[in-house]
Design a protein around this ligand. Structure first.
Ligand code: ARG
Length: 464
């Protein structure tokens, strides 16, 4: 008979059992569920709601189940519907009558809410740790490439020269924002809902603050209806995960371009590429492509859960059981992608000569040519036009700006002098862009220092 079977004349249909259960995904949170129950029972004992003997029997019994579960000795059963009733059924089997008192002053609705809060906080810690590891590799690589020139792009057209360090630091900033999103998500989840009961609290004198402090929460939820029907923390989590996947996907797209023979900026390590079953010469960036592809399923989880929650009346509705599968899929996918990406990126090698050559190609110094004229007193609009005419002249004659003679320059403006060659050199184009956030090595070094300090703050708070 079901734990809730009193008012029923028969057991659920087998089809209903199979449709209703969620043990396959729910068993992933047995750890949080049992720790939550231990805290609940401990508090019931301290409040005199349970006798000391019952409390001890329950806590010992739960610890035994936890240990057996950790050692893979427990087979969870579909018949018991979900992880909460699996644990409770097992507890009653093992310790008898006392086990039947565990659920005093509690509902599965606030129990599952508690577990959910805990799994989100745990996953935030995991992801913050993975993101800091990735950012550390990026920062170390950037520090090695302060002088590695490469073209910067807009519209995927050569725009202005930058450095590899500067380009990588753009991603460091994105992942630092992601860290803040996961910090926010952690804080949203960091409130303890037990005591909300099924929806309307309970008449037992529960000490909710005690449960919160036993489990390491910093506060308790303040409305019992919201306590059992809130799933915002899952949506915050998947939304943060979606943004991180978008950042990874853009990064992967660039690496895929960069290892093509058209770019040839980088080489993937053989251990992080795959071959073709028919074309012997192929070395494909499958890992980067798969990460780019997996962003789709994380966005899918976000839209899925938003849609499940939309239009639900307060408070608990069974629709919400869909939350865990979507959360775990997004969390697993992101964690897997972060780990694989970090390992793959750490092994990339850079073709510096090719990148420097490309940095000069495509008139990336045309803006600097215009700026040169402005410094000589020409208005920017006229300087832009003159520079553009020089580019058109170069294209027609198969030259680049630094190939032109002073006479050729002067045919377009009399203010050109010999210092034009220095003004449009790669060293000047990069090195003189030296304001905060710009690509000059000195400026990028300052960005690296700032990012390292921000990263340390996350590590100190979240990474053991
Ligand atoms: N398995 C349920 C879930 O994951 C637990 C809460 C069930 N509550 C209930 N009244 N059926 O959401």
């Amino acid at each position: 008979m079901k734990l809730w079977g009193g008012r029923f004349s028969k057991d659920p249909d087998q089809m209903v059992l199979e449709f209703d259960e969620c043990i396959e995904i729910g068993n992933r949170m047995y750890e949080q569920d049992i720790l939550g129950s231990i805290a609940h029972a401990t508090m019931l004992g301290a409040q005199g709601i349970l006798s000391q003997a019952d409390t001890k029997a329950i806590v010992d019994g739960l610890n035994g189940i936890l240990e057996d579960a950790r050692n893979g000795k427990i087979t969870w059963s579909v018949d018991a519907e979900d992880i909460h009733m699996n644990v409770e059924t097992l507890l009653i089997e093992r310790i008898g009558e006392a086990g039947k008192r565990l659920h005093t002053g509690r509902s599965r609705n606030d129990q599952v809410a508690l577990d959910n809060h805990m799994i989100v906080m745990d996953a935030c810690r995991e992801i913050i740790s993975l993101l800091t590891a990735l950012n550390t590799v990026l920062l170390d690589t950037a520090a090695d490439h302060l002088d590695t020139a490469m073209p910067g792009y807009t519209h995927l057209q050569h725009a202005q020269p930058i450095t590899l360090a500067h380009h990588l630091m753009a991603y460091v900033e994105m992942f630092l924002r992601d860290l803040r999103h996961f910090e926010f998500t952690y804080e949203q989840a960091d409130e303890m809902p037990l005591g909300s009961g099924a929806l309307a609290g309970t008449t037992y004198p529960l000490d909710r603050e005690k449960v919160a402090s036993l489990l390491g929460f910093s506060r308790i939820t303040m409305n019992s209806l919201d306590g059992v029907s809130n799933r915002d923390y899952f949506i915050d989590f998947i939304s943060a995960a979606s943004l991180t996947m978008m950042h990874l996907s853009r990064f992967c797209e660039e690496l895929i371009l960069w290892c093509s023979s058209e770019f040839a900026f980088i080489e993937m390590d053989d251990a992080f590429a795959t071959g073709s079953s028919i074309m012997p010469q192929k070395k494909n960036p499958d890992v980067a492509e798969l990460i780019r592809g997996k962003s789709g399923r994380v966005y899918g989880a976000l839209v899925g859960l938003l849609t499940t929650m939309k239009g639900l009346p307060l408070s608990y509705n069974k629709d919400m059981q869909e939350d865990k599968e979507l959360f775990y899929d997004a969390s697993d996918t992101l964690q897997h992608c972060l780990a694989v990406f970090t390992a793959m990126f750490a092994k990339v090698t850079y073709n510096k000569a090719r990148m420097a050559e490309a940095a000069m190609d495509g008139f990336t110094n045309a803006t600097d040519c215009a700026d040169y004229l402005v410094k000589k007193g020409v208005t920017f609009r006229d300087a832009h036009r003159i520079s553009g005419e020089l580019v058109a002249y170069c294209i027609k004659h198969g030259k680049i700006l630094s190939d032109l003679s002073l006479d050729e320059y002067r045919a377009y403006s009399p203010v050109f002098d010999l210092d034009i060659y220095d003004a449009i050199s790669l060293e000047t184009c990069i090195g003189k862009r030296n304001i905060p956030g710009a690509p000059a090595p000195e400026a990028v070094q300052a960005s690296i220092n700032s990012a390292r300090a921000r990263l340390e703050a996350f590590k100190a708070k979240f990474v053991q």
